[in-house]
Write a protein that binds this ligand. Sequence first.
Ligand SMILES: [Zn+2]
Ligand SMILES: [Zn+2]
Length: 290
Amino acid sequence: MIDLQPSITAIENLLRDGSEASLTYAALECRLAIERICYERLRIAHDYISNDDLKKWQPKDIVNVLIQEVDRNAAATFTYFISREPVPEGASPPTVEDFEQSEYIPFGTQIGFDPGELGKLWNALANLALHISIPETRDTPVTLYGEAERIRKKVSEALEEIKRISQGTLLATGLGEEVSFDCHCGTKNKRRLGLLKNGQTVSCINPGCDESYTYLEDTLEFGRRTLAIVCRRCGSQQDVPKKKVEKLPKDKRLYFSCEGCGEEISIEWRPMQGQKTNPLVASPESTPSP
Ligand SMILES: [Zn+2]
Ligand SMILES: [Zn+2]
């Protein structure tokens, strides 16, 4: 759990000070706190998702991907309870009635939020406080700071939300059946079965690994995504991780040694022309008649 109290105290002190400079800094503190709230959820989800599968980087986008791919309840409010009595060892699996008869004590509460609304606050704070207005005419003054009252209102709104979220005592990565596979690099990857879609690309969670996999719903398998490169000298084939090639800038070459003969092989992106008519093959109609 992240401790939001230092941010809350700093924001309250800056609001009390109330100068234009302090309000501007308070807005920045609010934005940082919102980012911490969202990124902490990403951190604990990292056993289930790689940064390479996030695609978008605004705090709300990250949380939305977590909801779609890791845990439907990533931004929900709920409390976990734990049974006072453990299930006796060797006992038959408990029935629904057994569960209903058990006594439970609360274990922790996750406080949820609306990622869209939090994202709007994050954007509004920047628009009001971290930029000044563009002058519309020669007579419009270019100000030193944004409008103090509007900044104060938005900071107070953000502070309430940050305080509310700070009441949480638990962050969970969700429940539900897991599927796992061992990556080529040796890292064990796991995902929630209920959130996987057929044909979905899953990147290895090891940040130093370029492997990615295609999930196949029918067989519950993860197929390694590779490009088959055949050596022109010895004919041996090697499988280059597709993601390594996808990440390759257009003006760069990817070098590697042939596993068969050791010769250096390189690949690079090249534009390829596509056209319906192949101009090199003359069609009978276009052949001039004698
Ligand atoms: Zn890997
Ligand atoms: Zn070779």
